[in-house]
Ligand binder design. Structure first.
Ligand SMILES: [Zn+2]
Ligand SMILES: [Zn+2]
Length: 125
């Protein structure tokens, strides 16, 4: 008799499970490494547009261009010495070794070789 009564009380159990699921969802959401977004300068290699965009950390480049839709937008920097705007795309270690790319950790100006670099435009936070 007691078992039958418990079986009939399905409504509250379902609600309880839902509450637990929602709670779990929030716990898992908190546990996942937070994606942070940052504003960066981008330059499209396809159409040449230079613009700012908020992108998520861990984004792999190139990303889709805001202007032309081509997947050709790379992070861009500006040389503070000569004013050259250039993209920081990974470069092959050696010709004939396309698999190995150097991440652009130490970017320098391709025009004058200066490492005095900065953002293209002021950050709008
Ligand atoms: Zn473009
Ligand atoms: Zn330069």
């Amino acid at each position: 008799m007691a078992i039958k009564t418990a079986g009939q009380k399905k409504g509250p159990v379902v609600i309880l499970v839902l509450i637990i699921l929602v709670a779990l969802f929030f716990i898992v959401k908190q546990a996942i490494p937070k994606k942070y977004y940052y504003t960066t300068d981008l330059k499209c290699e396809s159409c040449g547009s230079i613009y700012q965009e908020k992108i998520a950390s861990g984004t792999t480049f190139p990303i889709k261009c805001q202007k032309c839709g081509e997947r050709a937008a790379h992070r861009a920097m500006k040389c503070l010495d000569c004013g050259e705007v250039f993209t920081m795309k990974p470069v092959p270690i050696a010709p004939g070794a396309p698999g190995e790319m150097i991440p652009p950790e130490m970017p320098k100006c391709p025009k004058c070789g200066s490492m005095n670099l900065g953002p293209i435009s002021e950050r709008k936070m």
